[in-house]
Design a protein around this ligand. Structure first.
Ligand code: DP6
Length: 377
């Protein structure tokens, strides 16, 4: 039996991917840029075992057995097998066990981390050493960016085969060491309209999406790369917020519209603009994916004060033990003179403080499968 375990991170886009030119191969209509988040605080973990003795292939996700009869899943497995140099192993049955160390239901990019992890683990077991981003992309578009550490660009590519639609690293996770990310997980019971179906509808109905992809994103990609290169936070924050707003504007331009932000999300947006105006420059940037949770980018020196502002405006009745997760921060004091409305209690579920981190990696302990190839817990 051969066993491999890998972990993979979540990534947060600062220039959003929204819209495919090929649904099957998952080829996007525009480039995107993201920051890979530290795996210390959020990661997907996958153990894969192969053996000539296994009589059936099985897959467990967060403790529940899953069907492997899923097109995207199969595309990744088949592509890795096609590129494998390990001819013997390819006919053996396979056992896969995956879990996320953050709640999947929180709507935090779990499929990106999950597919990046699956592809990294399969590639390690089948000894595939080519570019893995283009394979992870076929599981979930944004997963291709979780292969790499730090700041990552997914190039849309122009080939119909998709071979040039890959993610590359712009800068590693230590390039901008002061960068911090606060994830505000928002209490929300609405059923999520998936990214996959939302962007499909946008491609079908939104003229604004076409304009965005052809006329706006190319310049933004170049400006964003420049801002990250120069570590110009003010500019970085401006483009990040503008791109998040434009993505959600495209969602509203979609017919019927896909509404991902809720009242709390809008209150966060208003608060960040009020705070930046109060400080006279962009100190914090917000960005939202296909859900209401806010992701705030800010510099380490501002975390304590911003946390005080968030706690003041989004009070929690009784903060549970794990209300604050990730990097430990002490709360600063609320800045005198900031005029910001206080929302009703418990709009936020919890807060994660994290930073840029590494891409998908193999680890050598903590396998999720036992000697029989069954979940160890
Ligand atoms: C809003 O990668 O989840 O998070 O390719 O259909 O699996 P599929 O979609 P997915 O879309 C992510 C969209 C986004 C923006 C982004 O991450 O760039």
């Amino acid at each position: 039996m051969k066993v491999v375990t890998c972990i993979a991170p979540v990534n947060m886009a600062v220039i959003k991917y929204w819209g495919k030119r090929n649904d099957e191969l998952i080829l996007p209509i525009n480039d995107s840029i993201s920051c890979t988040l530290s795996m210390e605080h959020m990661n997907a973990k996958t153990t894969i075992a192969v053996s000539p003795d296994f009589t059936e292939s099985q897959f467990w996700l967060n403790g529940v057995e899953q069907s492997m009869d899923n097109k995207r899943f199969q595309n990744c497995v088949n592509e890795l097998k096609r590129q494998s140099k390990e001819t013997d192993m390819l006919s053996w049955c396979i056992r896969i066990c995956s879990e996320n160390n953050f709640p999947t239901a929180a709507g935090l990019a779990s499929s990106a981390a999950g597919y990046a992890c699956l592809v990294k683990a399969l590639a390690t077991i089948y000894n595939v050493t080519t570019d893995l981003s283009s394979i992870a992309r076929q599981g979930s578009g944004s997963a291709c960016r979780s292969i790499h550490s730090g700041w990552v660009q997914w190039h849309k590519g122009i080939l119909n085969s998709g071979e040039d639609s890959i993610a590359t690293q712009l800068y590693d996770d230590l390039h901008w060491p002061e960068m911090r990310i606060l994830v505000l997980v928002i209490n929300d019971s609405r059923k999520k309209y998936s990214s996959t179906s939302g962007m499909k509808q946008s491609v079908l109905t939104s003229e604004f999406l076409k304009h965005r992809a052809s006329e706006i994103v190319p310049q933004r990609i170049s400006d964003m790369k420049d801002a990250i290169h120069r570590k110009d936070f003010h500019k970085f924050a401006e483009i990040t917020m503008q791109d998040s707003n434009q993505f959600h504007a495209v969602c509203l331009d979609t017919f019927p519209p896909c509404v991902y932000l809720n009242d709390t999300s809008h209150a966060v947006i208003n608060l960040i603009h009020a705070y930046n105006a109060f400080r006279g420059r962009n100190k914090v940037a917000y960005t939202f994916d296909a859900g209401p949770n806010a992701c705030l980018f800010l510099l380490e020196e501002d975390v304590e004060e911003v946390l005080a502002v968030v706690n003041h405006c989004f009070p929690t009745e009784k903060p549970t033990e794990d209300y604050y997760r990730g990097i430990e921060v002490s709360e600063g004091s609320f800045p005198v003179g900031l005029d910001a409305p206080v929302m009703e209690t418990d709009c936020l579920k919890y807060i994660i403080c994290t930073k840029p981190g590494e891409g998908a990696n193999e680890i050598h302990s903590g396998h999720l499968l036992n000697d029989q190839g069954l979940p160890s817990t």
